[in-house]
Write a protein that binds this ligand. Structure first.
Ligand code: NAP
Ligand code: MG
Length: 400
């Protein structure tokens, strides 16, 4: 069979440990035999980052900016232990954090749904995607302990004008106080990334804050979001989707009763909490994908999990492993599908869809890795090795 031509390059970011092994298998068995694609390859494996003094990470981020679509393997964010394990020059910063700031992007996590894994919440039938604002609030807060009576104020000294003050609290005894901030530019970029992603997936966009209580801070987020949504109203209409603002508690309650199929955009802290609530409600880390979307519509796809270190050490000892490759496969297919959409080449997008159907077909036929066994109903008879699962997907793809 002739290979399908991909018009524009895809940026490929390689990674570390068990996911690096899976990544190579996916490329060799599921992608290369079918697609003629120019992959702009960047090795973000921790040793190469170290050798290049991490310039490779910046180059990879710039390449995604240039070509518009990237696919990324999980990478090690080194701590002191990793520095000695891999003999690194230093604790290089997180590649994901760096690429996120190059693209000024927002991360969305999306679960992969199959018939024979029931989410913890019975009403959930389709993905619930959380968009977490990743700048400011308590994550950039400053704090003070107050240990005796006294007055705490917020003081704003404009560069060119008189200062203004508000009383935080007149303390009669000990207590605590915190100052937090956010930036219009960051909130606006966040809103645009969320709008891009909702349009790209054709799903409703929810946004929630607590503006009934916080009439300036939270209300400002609400206003900025509403302005950006208004700009995109024609696109929303065309996509047949809706923008809804709800109070955070109302949205949380609605989310628990809903079928899913929406993007729920939330503030930094709410996203911290609810992304873990939703992820564990849907089941396994091996089935959770992650997409970084920039305000100007660049996309980077990856698995939400890490490098699966424990499995890698087993693999190095020559022991068999059963690591779930589904989220890594969907990182590839997500990127290929997006490439096809952007290039206007439906055959490319259709191929990605076919790979995803082969994966889901395997799982629904009970062909799975070990991590999924306890979540399944009915229980499968056994489980596949890491490579065995990818081979089963390749077989299904071959006959589809
Ligand atoms: P991890 O890779 O997320 O894995 C933690 C545990 O979750 C695994 O030991 C395994 O449990 C289970 N698991 C995760 N993914 C799985 C999969 N695909 N198939 C089967 N089981 C899976 O976290 P980690 O091993 O603690 O972290 C390793 C490295 O990943 C760290 O250096 C960290 O910096 C990095 N990291 C990278 C990213 C990224 O690049 N996006 C994200 C997070 C972490 P069992 O051991 O019980 O089987
Ligand atoms: Mg968290």
């Amino acid at each position: 069979m002739a290979k399908i031509q991909v018009k524009t390059p895809i940026v490929e970011l390689d990674g570390d440990e068990m996911t690096r092994i899976i990544w190579a298998m996916i490329k060799a068995k599921l992608i290369r035999p079918y697609l003629d694609v120019d992959l702009k390859y960047f090795d973000l494996g921790v040793q190469t980052r170290d050798e290049t003094d991490d310039t490779i990470t910046t180059e990879a981020g710039q390449a995604i900016k240039q070509y518009g679509v990237g696919v990324k393997c999980a990478t090690i964010t080194p701590d002191a232990e990793r520095v000695s394990e891999y003999h690194l020059k230093k604790e290089w910063p997180s590649p994901n954090g760096q690429i996120r700031s190059i693209l000024d992007g927002t991360v969305f996590r999306k679960p992969i749904i199959v018939r024979n894994i029931t989410p913890a919440v019975r009403s959930w039938k389709k993905p619930i995607i959380i968009g977490r604002h990743a700048y400011g609030d308590i994550y950039r807060g400053v704090e003070m302990k107050v240990d005796r009576p006294g007055k705490v104020e917020l003081v704003y000294t404009p560069a060119d004008g008189p200062e203004s003050r508000v009383l935080v609290h007149e303390f009669k005894g000990p207590g605590v106080v915190m100052g937090i901030h956010n930036l219009e530019k960051s909130i606006r970029s966040f809103a645009r990334s969320c709008i891009n992603y909702a349009l790209s997936e054709r799903i409703d966009l929810w946004f929630s804050m607590k503006d009934t209580i916080s009439k300036k801070y939270h209300a400002f987020f609400k206003t900025v979001f509403a302005e950006e949504a208004a700009v995109a109203q024609a696109d929303f209409n065309q996509a047949g989707i809706r923008y809804r603002y709800m109070l955070i508690d109302d949205a949380a309650a609605q989310m628990m009763k809903s079928e899913g199929n929406m993007l729920w955009a939330v503030s930094n802290y709410d996203g911290d909490v609810f992304s873990d609530v939703v992820a564990s409600g849907f089941g396994s880390l091996g089935m959770m994908t992650s997409v970084l979307v920039s305000p100007d519509g660049k996309f980077e796809f990856e698995a939400a999990h890490g490098t699966v270190r424990r499995h890698y050490y087993e693999h190095l000892k020559g022991h068999p492993t059963s690591t779930n490759s589904v989220a890594s496969i969907f990182a590839w297919t997500g990127g290929i599908k997006k490439r096809g959409e952007m290039d206007g080449t439906p055959a490319v997008a259709a191929f990605a869809e076919k790979v995803e159907q082969a994966v889901i077909g395997c799982i629904e036929a009970g062909i799975v890795t070990k991590d999924l066994v306890p979540l399944m109903d009915p229980k499968p008879a056994g489980y596949q090795s890491t490579e065995g699962f990818i081979d089963a997907v390749a077989e299904r793809l071959e006959v589809s």
